[in-house]
Design a protein around this ligand. Structure first.
Ligand SMILES: [Zn+2]
Ligand SMILES: [Zn+2]
Length: 126
């Protein structure tokens, strides 16, 4: 059996496919129910409203959305924070700005490596 600490409550539990302990799975399922019920009745809700009304953390709601458990199709105003800057988005993990910046950083890194001075000598490893 593969024992691990639950990342949510810290209790030791036998690892399962959900990565949290059975007690937390139950909690999370309850939170999920609260969210879907609220969204069914308040289709125009935004994530902060949903979080306040249900007591479920924005982080957990974000997780539901990413896992595809909460669909944004039926919640036109729902969005979740970009992982980097917190801007509200509806696609991907990060916003367009952060994606562009990361892309630029990645390119810069690549060119730094590419422009590393190369004296043409080959070194023999001993
Ligand atoms: Zn737990
Ligand atoms: Zn961002």
């Amino acid at each position: 059996m593969n024992l691990d600490n639950c990342p949510r409550c810290g209790r030791l539990f036998a690892k399962n496919f959900r990565d949290v302990c059975p007690a937390c799975i139950k909690d999370i399922d309850k939170e999920y129910e609260l969210c879907t019920t609220y969204l069914r009745e308040n289709k125009g809700a935004i994530i902060t409203e949903l979080s306040e009304a249900t007591g479920v953390s924005i982080r957990q709601i974000t997780k539901f959305v990413r896992e595809g458990r909460i669909s944004l199709v039926n919640a036109p105003n729902m969005s979740y924070p970009c992982e980097v800057c917190g801007t509200l988005i509806r696609d991907n993990h990060i916003c367009d700005n952060c994606r562009a910046r990361l892309q630029k950083d990645a390119n810069k890194l690549k060119s730094t490596f590419a422009s590393k001075p190369d004296d043409g000598k080959t070194y023999e490893r001993t």
